[in-house]
Ligand binder design. Structure first.
Ligand code: FES
Length: 148
């Protein structure tokens, strides 16, 4: 099975019912995408599929054959960080950091669709990405900074 991830072609085992998250982490070594709940609840595993924020733990390979998949490893433009990454870095947003790639992927998808969200729109878009450290205020500041 062929997958396109961060602009590169990968050949992976032909297991259509296998979750994308496991292939990214265990087969391809793209470990920036995190396993949190494994049940589609926490958002730690968020990637982009054709630009849409998608929970990779709940996305089977069959659903992404032929799609453009982007992980946190592919969010920057070469050496240039994505504005969301830059803002999270500048504001020292992470605490433990586990949820952060999912937070940034959700934020990047939001800003691609709505470059100037209101705070309410941002919170609505980010509300299902959980942070066990409770760094929500810093996450919110960083997403709004990235939108400036
Ligand atoms: Fe996929 Fe929690 S690990 S939503």
């Amino acid at each position: 099975m062929e997958l396109t991830i961060n602009g590169q072609q990968y050949t992976v085992a032909d297991e259509p019912a296998r979750p994308l998250l496991y292939v990214l982490r265990d087969e391809l070594g793209l470990t920036g995408t995190k396993f949190g709940c494994g049940a589609g609840i926490c958002g730690a595993c968020t990637v982009h599929v054709n630009g849409v924020a998608t929970r990779s733990c709940q996305t089977m390979l069959a659903a992404v054959a032929g799609a453009q998949i982007t992980t946190i490893e592919g969010l920057a433009d070469g050496e240039r960080l994505h504005p969301v990454q830059q803002a999270f870095l500048e504001l020292q947003t992470p605490q433990c950091g586990w949820c952060m790639s999912g937070q940034m992927m959700t934020a990047a998808a939001l800003l691609a669709e709505n470059p100037n969200p209101t705070r309410e729109e941002m919170i609505a878009a980010m509300r299902y990405n959980y942070c066990r450290c409770g760094a929500y205020a810093r996450i919110a500041r960083a997403v709004m900074r990235a939108a400036e």
